[in-house]
Ligand binder design. Structure first.
Ligand code: NAD
Ligand code: SER
Length: 316
């Protein structure tokens, strides 16, 4: 049985990945850690938890030793829009945490997952059907940290044999924990606003297409790639994965099928718009499909149906 450490367990992904891992590998075999401490709710009630500041290598090493950890999910990061407001912090967490986790993984022979992002692409990247291996010149500090993380992770695999694996997540849509300050957050906010107020002011322009994914698929991607047969992996850091691509009009149209009086207007956030314009419209994830059988379950229609059902129950 694996002994897993999740760093960044309180975030949008960690708050759902930790319980999902505990369900598979056993409650006591999954340690939830975050710099926000004490952790709350299910994360504490259903298994071990501790404080880790991932920019401090000793914090990680001590926990790995204490719990005999052999697998690390490093989810600590400052998301794209938030990192533009504080690039130093974006770099310290985005790269500091990866390097610290890599060093600990090397010393204690751990497998390591650190997600990358559509934010790893930028100027010169083909925007449509973006290939797995292509130009990566991001215009955000977030993207710079993601490319650095990919390179460092591949370096540690090739140089030291550390079993590093990663996916380039698109925007993630979920209904447990709100997103942490990214450019794709609008695609979560729109559902909350639709249910609460029947209307939404969109910060991105009509026609802004980005890749997206529903959280259950994102969790499965994180778990499946770590379980994948290593002999079949040609790539490692990091695989394009996607489930759907839409613009604000398409998601609004889908929501209107459930909430006919829903309305949307626009107030463009130029920072987020500039970031979104530099990211792919749609990625080619055929390498993930071929090398470890990646296949999403949800599309825009089925995700919207589920989001609205769950949020009606949660918010009304
Ligand atoms: P989030 O912002 O919701 O959560 C990040 C968590 O990390 C937070 O709980 C925060 O407290 C914690 N954290 C921050 N600094 C830390 C530190 N120094 N030490 C320990 N913990 C720290 O982010 P998320 O959406 O859950 O993203 C997790 C990972 O997935 C990140 O690498 C992110 O770049 C990547 N990703 C997310 C998305 C998305 O849409 N959510 C898309 C692409 C990639
Ligand atoms: N959801 C993330 C962001 O917008 C993508 O990595 O920052």
């Amino acid at each position: 049985m694996k002994k897993i450490l999740v760093i960044g367990a309180c975030g949008q992904i960690g708050s759902e990945l930790t319980p999902a891992l505990r369900k598979i590998y056993g409650n006591n075999n999954v340690v939830a850690a975050d710099c926000l401490y004490p952790l709350k709710g299910e994360l504490v009630d259903s298994g071990p938890s501790c404080k880790i500041d991932a920019t401090q290598i000793e914090d990680i090493a001590t926990t790995v030793k204490q719990y005999n950890i052999d697998t690390i999910y490093n989810l600590a990061a400052i998301l794209s829009a938030k990192a533009e407001a504080n690039p130093m912090l974006g770099w310290e967490v985005g790269v500091g945490a990866v390097l610290n986790c890599l060093e600990v993984a090397r010393e204690f022979h751990c497998q390591l997952f650190t997600p990358s992002s559509i934010g790893a692409f930028g100027t010169g990247t083909p925007p449509d059907n973006t290939p797995q291996d292509t130009i990566q010149r991001p215009k955000t500090i977030y993207g710079v940290t993601k490319v650095t993380g990919e390179l460092l992770s591949d370096y540690y695999f090739k140089r030291f044999g550390v079993d590093t694996r990663s996916v380039r997540y698109p925007g993630l849509i979920s209904n447990i924990t709100l997103p942490g300050g990214g450019t794709t957050d609008y695609a979560v906010d729109i559902y909350y606003s639709a249910i609460r107020n029947g209307k939404f002011t969109c910060p991105l322009r009509q026609g802004t297409f980005m890749d997206m994914m529903y959280m259950p698929d994102a969790l499965r991607a994180a778990i499946d790639i770590m379980e994948a047969d290593s002999t079949k992996l040609i790539h490692r850091n990091s695989f394009n994965v996607t489930a759907m691509s839409f613009d604000p009009e398409m998601i609004a149209t889908e929501i209107k099928k459930h909430i006919p009086n829903f309305t949307m207007d626009y107030q463009i956030d130029e920072l987020r718009q500039g970031i979104a314009d530099s990211w792919p419209n749609s990625m080619d994830d055929s390498c993930a499909r071929a090398e470890w059988d990646w296949k999403p379950d949800y599309d825009l229609v089925s995700m919207t149906e589920d989001m609205i059902t769950v949020l009606r129950e949660k918010l009304l």
